[in-house]
Design a protein around this ligand. Sequence first.
Ligand SMILES: Nc1ncnc2c1ncn2[C@@H]1O[C@H](COP(=O)(O)OP(=O)(O)O)[C@@H](O)[C@H]1O
Ligand SMILES: [Mg+2]
Length: 320
Amino acid sequence: MSSTNDFTKLTIAKEVRGRLQEEFPSLMALAATPPAEVMKRCEVSKSSAERAVNQARKIIGMNQPTTAASLLKKELDRPRITTSSQSLDDILGGGITVGSITEFSGAFATGKTQISFQLCLNVQRSVEDGGLAGKALFLDTENTFAPARVAEMAYSYTDDPSEYLQNILVSRAYNTDHQIQLIDKADKILEKNNIRLIIIDSMASHFRAEFPGKENLPRRQQTLMAHAETLQRLAESYNLAIITTNQILSNPDNLFSGANNLEPALGFAWGHRPTHRILLRKSRGTARIARIFDSPELAEREAVYHITPQGIRDGPPLDY
Ligand SMILES: Nc1ncnc2c1ncn2[C@@H]1O[C@H](COP(=O)(O)OP(=O)(O)O)[C@@H](O)[C@H]1O
Ligand SMILES: [Mg+2]
């Protein structure tokens, strides 16, 4: 056991330690959780929760600032998952990164779900092949997960897709409450299965359906923010990538949203959560265009990719 994952380093009552260890697979997961949440989840006192979290933060080294130089090194060393399109990878700075949320927004049939399927396969590939040698957790909110389609894509890598399918865990989320619960309780599943990618396809559907209209907006924002915070914590604690998909809306007032005034749904509060936002739109035939939208580090570039029978590719299918 690594020293940063040794719960015996916490100088707290044995009983409390046992409960923490049962709930949190790592000290990092504990350190990144607000004490109030620890208190509730582990049924320990407020002071025990605060003590444990503070000690965990110290052991992990979370209370000391880092230099920009070492952050840059970490950033450059950060593993990435290929999308199977070189041009899409390029505008993403090399692929999908771990430790943050990447959002794909677009109208119907722009490729949000197809890209998600492709990534569920690619995350399983070796690092040399653009993967992370890990598994995927797919949260399906629209009942669009299509195992046969995923298998069709997997044939590019193997004659027997069953192992690839075995490594994709699918949870159907029936409403926002269920979606939130599945993520809140994900710690153990993530750790046990070496999950390196979480997909939420889509982030928008339940939230938009359950909180309609202006009068529900504050409640929706609040629920979304808490959900986003948990997702961000999971991304950092388990060094995994998170992909969310989103619908788009036309906003005539938005001068910054570019072509057709289209912008991702779910509004302002959610908008700040994904580190990378990509807008997808249709082009001719199998071609689609991805544009980086509102990123702190990536230029607003565009890339063309194609949805082919084999999956996401740079060019159209050969027989097209
Ligand atoms: N087996 C397949 N072979 C080729 N193209 C496919 C296949 N399955 C789906 N597509 C294409 O993918 C597109 C749908 O993409 P999808 O990711 O499901 O859309 P959304 O953005 O709504 O999630 C459609 O244009 C469809 O033609
Ligand atoms: Mg879809």
